[in-house]
Design a protein around this ligand. Structure first.
Ligand SMILES: Cn1ncc2cc([C@H](O)c3cccc(CNC(=O)c4cc(-c5ccc(F)cc5)cc(O)c4O)c3)ccc21
Ligand SMILES: [Mg+2]
Length: 214
């Protein structure tokens, strides 16, 4: 059976990256996906925006929707302070398994927990099953039509506190219009748009930061 693109990305990381060095894993994925096969990682350009917002949030508990092959999970986790952790939710078992291996190569398995399932099913379980009280940072990069309902669910479940920071990928392309309309008109969120480009392409894209005001 032919290997998947995601398996080929893992092969490239396994062969080229320096074990235990997150930067070299990120560089390897970015090089592979810009030179060989495009893939939907947040990438190096939007990755710098992600880095800055994670540093601003300095989260103890970070949450991600859409692990894919683990690129953004590594980007986030490499910046976390010693006892901080990232929970990342992935419904596709093949993606989850490849991400687990790539995260292991980066040496970040202790800081990242991959939870297999759909965000809407996992979010209500975070308190009891994963001892989550509040989330300090959330990166939204899963199905774009899930951004809005999952943000509402996070608020309803009481995981957001004053200062919690949400960051959403692909605001322009593929776009998340219902999320943008909702979040920018919601009195409890202070929003900032960061224009950028689609990963590895000259196509316009943007990220949206939303700070929860309580
Ligand atoms: C419910 N739930 N819970 C967990 C969870 C996890 C997943 C998967 O990780 C998954 C699978 C497939 C697609 C996505 C969303 N990502 C995208 O669709 C995307 C597209 C493009 C793009 C851009 C230009 C193109 F021409 C084609 C694709 C660029 C981007 O950066 C993207 O993030 C996420 C899905 C639903 C989930
Ligand atoms: Mg994306």
């Amino acid at each position: 059976m032919d290997q998947s693109k995601e398996q080929r990305i893992l092969n490239s990381v396994s062969y080229n990256a320096v074990k235990g060095d997150p930067e070299s894993v990120l560089d390897c994925i970015d090089n592979y996906c810009s030179q060989k096969e495009w893939a939907m990682n947040v990438g190096d350009e939007k990755g710098v925006i992600l880095d800055k917002v994670v540093e601003e949030a300095d989260p103890t508990i970070a949450l991600e929707f859409g692990t894919y092959v683990g690129y953004s999970a590594i980007r986030i986790a490499r910046l976390l302070k010693p006892n901080a952790r990232l929970l990342t939710i992935e419904f596709n078992p093949e993606f989850a398994s490849i991400a687990r291996e790539i995260i292991e190569i980066a040496g970040l398995s202790e800081k990242i927990t991959i939870i297999e399932g759909h965000s809407q099913d996992i979010i209500p379980q975070l308190r009891e099953k994963y001892q989550v009280d509040k989330v300090d940072f959330v990166f939204l990069d899963h199905w774009k039509e899930r951004y809005c309902p999952d943000t509402i669910l996070l608020e309803e479940c009481g995981y957001l506190k004053k200062g919690s920071i949400l960051l959403a990928d692909n605001i322009v392309y593929p776009g998340a219009p219902d999320f943008v309309k909702y979040i920018r008109s919601h009195k409890s969120f202070d929003c900032t748009n960061y224009p950028s480009h689609l990963e590895y392409m000259k196509v316009e894209d943007a990220m949206e930061k939303a700070v929860y005001m309580g």
